[in-house]
Design a protein around this ligand. Structure first.
Ligand code: ADE
Length: 244
């Protein structure tokens, strides 16, 4: 998958895309059992391309935003730099990009939207900023999916873009060490839409607190049954809306 991000603040992305699973997904990864065999190197499962919208302004002051027509607070990003940036970036690769705009007015991001977006070859995410982007360029870029990460307002679309990228890239085959590890998480299809069950590891006793006995029993059917009950109980208590 290729992911393009158009933003006024590309520097915000380096820590997130350059660490942990998102970094590993963009790297060549050798097989730990055979680290010197080039045939066993897993190629990158994703490429990130960051573009600064400001690089595409056609005015000599490098301005990208102007006050809104009709008055009101804040500034509005102009059509021209956004349009030119999208056209230039899309021309860099023959794969057709699925266009996404981060916006608090978008459809709320859910696991099923992440699952669906993870099937695309190429995503182009525009991180909205300030009071917004001139509506005409958004209309002209149709079809463009507007996605929100929740009912609260952030100061820009960069964090939402990173949240979306994380939720998508970790689903790509080969991104996690073990491909089955996304199957039973909260909201995953394999978890029946329930919250995840609680997890425990060594030591067996910590501050006088014990690990639930069933997890030490070696009885896999009983463990599975216990986890199902825990997931159901947590969901009932914390997110009854998911059971409707
Ligand atoms: N931009 C500002 N707030 C946002 C949100 N909650 N989701 C997506 N983009 C945003």
């Amino acid at each position: 998958m290729r992911i393009d991000v158009l933003t006024l603040f590309p520097e915000m992305f380096s820590g997130v895309l350059g660490s942990s699973i998102l970094k590993r997904a963009a790297d060549h990864v050798s097989d730990p059992a055979d680290p010197h065999d080039p045939a066993k190197v897993r190629p990158p499962v994703v490429e990130y391309h960051l573009t600064n919208i400001r690089d595409y302004t056609d005015n000599k002051h490098n301005k990208v935003d102007r006050p809104p027509f009709g008055g009101g607070p804040g500034m509005v990003i102009q059509c021209q730099p956004v349009w030119d940036a999208v056209m230039a970036v899309e021309a860099q690769d023959a794969r057709r990009a699925t266009r996404i705009l981060t916006s608090p007015q978008g459809e709320p991001l859910t696991q099923s939207i992440a699952d669906e977006l993870a099937t695309h070859d190429r995503l182009l995410i525009i991180a909205g900023h300030y009071e917004g982007i001139d509506q005409r360029v958004i209309d002209k870029l149709a079809p463009i999916r507007k996605v929100s990460i929740g009912d609260y307002v952030l100061s820009g679309g960069e964090l939402p873009a990173m949240v979306m990228i994380d939720s998508i890239v970790r689903l790509l085959p080969g991104a996690l060490g073990d491909d089955t590890s996304t199957e039973h998480e909260s909201f995953a299809a394999g978890a029946d839409g329930l919250l995840d069950y609680p997890h425990y590891t060594k030591p067996r006793t910590w501050m006088d607190m014990e690990v639930p006995e069933v997890l030490l029993s070696g009885n896999h059917a009983a463990i599975e049954q216990w986890r199902k009950e825990q997931a159901m109980e947590r969901t009932r208590q914390r997110r009854p809306d998911l059971l409707k």
